[in-house]
Design a binder for this molecule. Structure first.
Ligand code: NAP
Ligand code: F7E
Length: 348
């Protein structure tokens, strides 16, 4: 049985990737952070008590800021493949938490690579590493962006991702390690964190539609992004590690839409005129914005045959349906006398 270790298993991509790898027959190990509240909502449905026979998902406490935890977990889990998805992944928050973001997103990659290098040295086991790079690394570079486009990062998050990218290239060249950088453009789903703009929109409009909220406050509606479906993108991560050689691969749909386009599509699907409810709040603007990202995924398509399956409209539809249902559940709870608060959205 092949074994995978995933950092960031409790995040959006961690949940989709775990499910994907379990379906492929893998034993999956995940690194989770200690938190005072539960942070495993996205993977609870995949988890079985390890005391039961047949359990194939195992969770370990660890942190990308703590190198010894990474080493210990590598020893324990003996992985064939490591997927580094852990990150402080919010671009706006990285302006507030710049040193922390640099440490987790940039130096965290170095800690993990060092731990894998030593693990390979002591065990003799060849491990394949996937690094979650980001289209944010292109930042201000002109679209369409591909693997040869020079990086021009525009946030502490993006600068740290560029550092992580180059650590990976360096370890590939210096130690002949199998380390692959995925350069993924924005990918969304009903599991997307509620402070990213797509989910903030489907959550907010869903609640407005159900009478739970009056306004939705947003920032720059003109930014353009290449939005795909997270389920499709985790398949690309896996395909990258099955390819005979490591490399750097852009994963994108090749189409870009503005935040305003997303509002139009979500509003139309809900039968709601969003212009009546959306207000601009400058606190959601970034000190330096990334205006236009649109990827060219030709290399991934030609090298290992990856293509996105879910279209932009299908993605919006899937998220709208999910969040209308969630708002309906909240309304039921409210009618039964429970208080219902929208967590965190005010800060996204
Ligand atoms: P996400 O939902 O924000 O999940 C991030 C994960 O990282 C969570 O499991 C989080 O744990 C964990 N984490 C945070 N700090 C950590 C630390 N110090 N040590 C270990 N784990 C830590 O992000 P995502 O959307 O799934 O994205 C996955 C990866 O792809 C990230 O590296 C992100 O930067 C990158 N990426 C994402 C996109 C996108 O559009 N989604 C595009 C390109 C690249 P908690 O649950 O405890 O917070
Ligand atoms: O913003 C604009 C905002 O936060 C998209 C992360 O997964 O993808 C993500 O980063 C755009 C930006 O994602 C609001 O200014 C307007 O132009 O959803 P977002 P992001 O910054 O593109 C990349 C690829 C990653 O790697 C990251 O980890 O939408 N926008 N109004 C807003 N954005 C937010 N969050 N909130 C607003 O109210």
């Amino acid at each position: 049985m092949r074994r995978a270790l995933i950092t960031g298993i409790t995040g959006q991509d961690g949940a989709y990737l775990s499910s994907f790898l379990l379906d492929k027959g893998y034993e999956v190990h995940g690194i989770m952070r200690r938190a005072s509240t539960f942070n495993t909502d996205r993977i609870d449905h995949l988890y079985r008590d390890p005391h039961e026979s047949g359990a194939r998902l195992f969770l370990h406490y660890g942190d990308l800021q703590d190198g010894s935890s990474l080493r210990r977990i590598l020893q324990k889990s003996q992985p064939d493949e490591v997927y580094n998805l852990g990150a402080q992944s919010h671009v706006k928050v990285s302006f507030e938490l710049s040193e922390y973001s640099a440490d987790v997103v940039g130096t965290g990659v170095l800690r993990l690579l060092e731990a894998v290098r030593d693990f390979t040295g002591s065990s003799g086991k060849q491990v394949r590493v996937y690094q979650a790079g980001s289209s944010e690394m292109f930042g201000a570079a002109k679209p369409p962006q591909n693997e040869t486009t020079p990086f021009y990062p525009r946030s502490p998050y993006a600068v740290a991702k560029v550092a992580g990218y180059w650590y990976c290239v360096n370890y590939r060249e210096a130690y002949n390690m199998f380390v692959t950088n995925g350069i993924l453009f924005n990918h969304e789903s009903p599991l997307r964190g509620e402070t990213f703009v797509t989910r903030k929109i489907t959550r907010g409009l869903g609640r407005i539609k159900k009478g739970l909220q009056k306004k939705l406050f947003l920032g720059n509606l003109d930014a353009r992004r290449d939005w795909g479906f997270a389920g499709d993108y985790v398949e690309a991560m896996w395909m990258m590690l099955q390819h005979q050689e490591p490399g750097d691969f852009v994963v994108a749909t090749g189409e870009a839409y503005s935040v305003r386009d997303f509002l139009d599509a979500a509003g139309e699907k809900m039968g709601l005129d969003w212009k009546q409810y959306v207000e601009i709040d400058p606190r959601y603007m970034r000190p330096t914005e990334v205006d236009y990202l649109m990827g060219d995924p030709a290399k991934a398509r030609n090298t290992f045959g990856w293509k996105p399956k879910v279209t932009f409209r299908e993605l919006v539809g899937m998220m709208v349906e999910h969040d209308l249902e969630l708002a309906e559940q909240e309304r039921t709870l409210m009618k039964a006398g429970h208080s219902v608060a929208l967590r965190g959205v005010a800060n996204g």
